[in-house]
Design a protein around this ligand. Structure first.
Ligand code: ZN
Length: 300
């Protein structure tokens, strides 16, 4: 994924995952250019996660400054609408693995001031593998309360069942799953079971159906099979709760691991949905309007 390809793919709003990895190995993997400064840091050094996150935030600002006619920062729904009008790509910053280790609610408030608007509550401690899910610790509940006060999106992706239900009970407004699919079609522990999907819809949330092959079909993943997940979820909880969460750069290379080669092929999803009989209005909901409803309700 890069800017020319995002624009070619017709993307208006892209969630930028702010990396807060707190081990030198994972920083080196995600940010190879930082590897040179790593020997000064050790695993468990609480500064490492935070400095990684700040580096990524700075990178987002730098890219926006370099491309002011093409990129803009999004912290609320209005920013995304304005980007659409102006033909720009809006970047919204999100943290996937909770906050950097050692973070406090003040850290959250500072990251919010810097533009962070979405936090996935899965910490590294409870995502050692995609089949291990730990319960949330007490700080996660404080985070949820503060995020709701500030106007931030709560993301349940990477949480396994126990954590999902804790979040579903704790969050008062809509919450989202930025990248996951339907467990009934592909029983991977990262996918949501029917009762989870219903709870997400009842809260007014959205699930971003993703393009990662192992979450689509263990035997024969394909774009058509990905659209089956959309059909299934729409059939179960309605058209208002499905979006897209492709995760092109989050799976070790889209070409190998996704059912689309890259972001430029996003229009194939639109074509596939129209072929399956979705109206233009319904397709627009899936492509972004459902997320926009949640942005309107939550973001400030
Ligand atoms: Zn992820």
């Amino acid at each position: 994924m890069d800017l020319p390809r995002l624009m070619e793919g017709g993307v208006t709003c892209q969630m930028m995952a702010i990396c807060n990895a707190d081990s030198p190995a994972s920083v080196a993997l995600r940010r190879p250019e930082r590897a040179a400064s790593l020997p000064r840091m050790r695993k468990g050094d609480s500064l490492l996660g935070l400095s990684s996150a700040l580096d990524c935030i700075e990178l987002v600002f730098r890219e926006i400054a370099k491309n002011p006619d093409k990129l803009t920062l999004a912290t609320k729904a209005e920013d995304v609408r304005k980007a659409k009008e102006e033909g720009k790509v809006a970047l919204m910053m999100s943290i996937e693995s909770r906050l950097p280790s050692g973070a406090t609610l003040d850290t959250l408030r500072i990251l919010y001031r810097l533009g962070l608007r979405c936090v996935a509550l899965s910490g590294y401690e409870n995502r050692k593998s995609d089949t291990i899910g730990g319960p949330l610790d007490p700080f996660a509940f404080d985070l949820i309360d503060e995020m709701e006060k500030l106007g931030m999106l709560v993301d349940v992706s990477h949480l396994l069942e126990e954590g999902f239900w804790q979040v579903a009970k704790a969050v008062k407004g809509p919450f989202i799953d930025t990248h996951g699919n339907a467990y009934s079609l592909c029983p991977h522990p990262r996918n949501l079971k029917d009762d989870q999907l219903k709870a997400l819809a009842e809260a007014g949330g959205v699930i971003g159906v993703m393009s990662y092959k192992p979450f689509i079909d263990a035997q024969a993943p394909s774009l058509s099979r990905m659209l089956d997940h959309i059909d299934y979820i729409v059939g179960l909880i309605g058209i208002d709760h499905v979006g897209l969460g492709m995760d092109f750069d989050g799976m070790g290379g889209a070409k190998k691991n996704a059912v689309l080669n890259d972001v430029t092929e996003m229009p194939l999803i639109t074509e596939g949905l129209l072929e399956r009989g979705y109206s233009k209005k319904e397709v627009k909901k899936i492509l972004g309007e459902n997320y926009m409803r949640v942005f309107d309700a939550v973001l400030r």
